[in-house]
Design a protein around this ligand. Structure first.
Ligand code: FMN
Length: 382
């Protein structure tokens, strides 16, 4: 079992004081949350996020209706463990009654809070009146939150966007007020409107105005890729904490860096490749323990993210996408460790990085950083 989050993993000398509590209960110290990410926020990833300093890590969204019908696959997405607590489960739906019942199921499963998705931009979700569709209907936001609050005793939080579009729809102030009115204990605002999906500028002003308009904690999300970005987000919006999604892909230590910056502690150097390889192996073993061989296939994209920063990483990535068996992926990670060590040694000696063994004599070795066709980013969920 992976050890629970400790202050040592964040590199802290002293335990950080509590900044605020969600719903008066769940203590938030580092002011950094790990975003719900469909297909990515599995238990092993959440454990890494927590151990590196995320105060809380969210599950990917699950639909409310199958959850209340006790659907096995939906429940599998919610597998959690004591050593990642507190874990935030996220539900998605537009019918207040079903959402309330789903929230009660989550409380019954032992989760310490319930988060509601009001940002998913995907058409088939929106067409069901769920996810970002709620951004067009503040009264519905209030009703859905209230139904969840009334059905549970745990804090109910909301993740929404700064609006549906830049024109003619409710703004972030109206949306967070509706959530607060319904009884939300905290709102996370992704500072992009639905029409932007996951690209484009993040609207700091909208988040700042929303923060001023309510008394519950506001978490700001969107585009944070470094500790500096997090500091800018806090400075520009006055938010109580930040949430990180894609910036931590293949870099869970970003939570540590952000946690330290937001709590006024000095930065630590990035982990060396030896430490990163340990994280990669732990992540793979977690996926295999959770899902068996299927975990290997789902691990491929994480591998690709870890591989991206060294020369010829893309070639390792291509091999990862062909690996289906745990031992094949384990062997690849061992080769990667050897390659990473060699690259580090070459950098120290001021030499060119060595071509990994499997590419010696291969014309593809000429390009250490080939273009990446079909980026692993999908837009299927929010
Ligand atoms: C592939 C992918 C899956 C996502 N899945 C979810 C989800 O299940 N629930 C949710 O609230 N947001 C989801 N999001 C949105 C993220 O939580 C986050 O709001 C968004 O990526 C912006 O943050 P970032 O710029 O730090 O990545 C997803 C985003 C991406 C790119």
């Amino acid at each position: 079992m992976t050890p629970a989050a400790t202050v040592t993993d964040v590199g802290a000398d002293v335990e950080t004081p509590v900044a605020f509590r969600i719903g008066g209960r769940i203590p938030i110290r580092n002011r950094v949350f790990a975003a719900p990410m469909c297909g990515a926020s599995k238990l092993p990833y959440r454990r890494l996020a927590r151990r590196h300093g995320a105060d809380i890590a969210y599950t990917e969204m699950v639909k409310a209706y199958p959850l209340v019908r006790d659907d096995r696959k939906t429940k599998e997405l919610l597998v959690t463990a004591q050593d990642e607590a507190p874990c935030g489960p996220q539900i998605c739906g537009g019918d207040p009654d079903t959402m309330g019942r789903a929230a009660a199921v989550l409380e019954g499963m032992g989760f310490p809070l319930v988060d509601i998705n009001m940002g998913c931009p995907v058409k088939r979700v929106v067409n069901e009146g769920a996810g970002a569709a709620l951004l067009k209907d503040p009264a519905k936001i209030e009703a859905v939150v209230r139904a969840c609050v009334q059905a549970t005793t745990v804090p109910v939080t909301v993740k929404l966007r700064s609006g549906w579009s830049h024109q003619g729809h409710a703004d972030a102030v109206t949306l967070v007020r509706a959530a607060e009115q319904g009884g939300a204990a905290l709102v996370c605002i992704h500072g992009r409107v639905r029409t932007q999906h996951h690209q484009g500028a993040v609207d700091f002003d909208a988040i700042a105005r929303a923060k001023q308009a309510v008394s519950i904690p506001i978490v700001a999300n969107g585009g944070i890729e470094s500790a500096e970005d997090a500091l800018v987000m806090v400075r520009e919006t006055g938010c109580d904490a930040v949430m990180i999604g894609r910036g931590a892909y293949g870099r869970p230590w970003l939570f540590r860096d952000v946690a330290r910056a937001l709590t006024g502690r000095p930065a630590l150097p990035p982990p060396g490749w030896e430490g990163i390889c340990d994280i990669m192996e732990e992540h793979l073993e977690g996926m295999v323990a959770l899902l068996g061989p299927v975990g290997v296939r789902l691990y491929r994209k994480y591998a690709a993210w870890y591989f991206r920063d060294l020369p010829w990483g893309a070639h390792f990535r291509d091999r990862a996408y062909r690996a289906s068996e745990p031992d094949v992926m384990r062997g690849l990670l061992l080769e990667w460790r050897v390659h990473a060590r060699a690259c580090e040694a070459a950098a120290r000696a001021g030499e060119r990085p060595p071509v990994p063994g499997f590419l010696v004599g291969d014309p593809r070795a000429a390009d250490p950083f080939p273009a990446r066709p079909g980026q692993d980013e999908d837009d299927t969920c929010e």
